[in-house]
Design a protein around this ligand. Structure first.
Ligand code: NDP
Length: 280
């Protein structure tokens, strides 16, 4: 079997076009503030992409780049200011933050109605209890890719490799909420390949180039590759795409799969917040 491509770039483009149309008819512009603390190069790239995409669809955006030595109190003060700012509907704190800042405290300080990434403890609690409100953008993008491609989730065996708070765990919760039977694997999992081979839907979010090989995948599986690794200057996923595509039924490419969806879901969440705040 040769897999069909799940074209995240194309699906995300359609979503952005819909958002642009919706925003152009709005009385005010939705506003997104992104905060980065420190010098993480990947964070700077993500925030740059997010800003350009906001411009493209007509969302007002602000970038707050704080130095590495920013104190927790200074960060909390900025968050409080943005919470009270009428131009700003959505606040994104780019993770990771430096070690001297308690990320949970900072995320909890974001006003619940402006928590665009769904990382506050309340929104995580809602997700885990099956009452989804604002959900993290990458997991939301993964589910949307499956839905847009017409892939049934209910009753499927789903395996998620990776258990981070920003990708693996929320993706597992979202799949479970949609009635998949979910297994979560991590660095201590034994016989990983034996487990991944049971997956009808395999989501990989580890950060190790080409770690999922053809022998670890079931014939006809749907494979979603979240990984973004730099291999000799080339963006490469966690899945050995060239070989796994011979066995899967559907597969996401890297780049052009999950990445563009993450940004599209951020815009969608920003517009959702705007509508909740401005059109009560
Ligand atoms: P983290 O480093 O936070 O988590 C990685 C996870 O992989 C951990 O749970 C870890 O297990 C697990 N792991 C590590 N080694 C193995 C192994 N050998 N076998 C099985 N599991 C393993 O990463 P993130 O979740 O933040 O990101 C994962 C990847 O996704 C990265 O490449 C990142 O760049 C990419 N990414 C892409 C996005 C997009 O929009 N496309 C958005 C966010 C991330 P343990 O918990 O035991 O340590």
């Amino acid at each position: 079997m040769t897999a069909k491509l799940i074209d995240g770039k194309e699906i995300a483009k359609k979503i952005r076009e819909g958002i642009k149309k919706e925003v152009s008819a709005m009385a005010k512009k939705p506003g997104l503030a992104a905060i980065i603390v420190g010098e993480n190069p990947a964070s700077k790239i993500y925030v740059g992409i997010k800003r350009r995409t906001c411009d493209e669809v007509g969302i007002y955006s602000e970038e707050h780049k704080l130095p590495e030595k920013t104190s927790e109190e200074e960060l909390l003060e900025l968050i409080r200011k943005l919470n009270a700012d009428d131009k700003i509907h959505a606040i994104l704190l780019q993770l990771p933050v430096p070690n001297h800042i308690n990320s949970e405290k900072a995320l909890s300080a974001i006003a619940l109605e402006k928590d665009v990434d769904g990382f506050s403890p309340v929104n995580i609690g809602r997700l885990v209890s099956g009452n989804e409100s604002f959900v993290p953008c990458t997991p939301k993008g993964i589910i949307r890719l499956l839905e847009e491609t017409g892939i049934e989730i209910e009753g499927k065996n789903a395996v998620v490799v990776g258990r981070s708070n920003i990708v693996g765990k929320p993706t597992a919760s979202m799949l479970l909420n949609r009635n998949a039977t979910v297994t979560v694997c991590h660095s201590r999992t034994k016989n990983l390949g034996k487990i991944t081979k049971q997956a009808d839907i395999l989501v990989v979010a580890v950060g190790k180039a080409n770690m999922i090989t053809k022998d670890m995948v079931k014939e006809g599986a749907v494979v979603i590759d979240v990984g973004m690794n730099d291999v000799d200057g080339k963006l490469t996923g966690d899945v050995d795409f060239e070989n796994v595509k011979e066995k899967a039924s559907w597969i996401t490419p890297v780049p052009g799969g999950v990445g563009p969806m993450t940004v599209a879901m951020l815009l969608e969440n920003t517009v959702k917040i705007y509508n909740e705040i401005e059109i009560k």
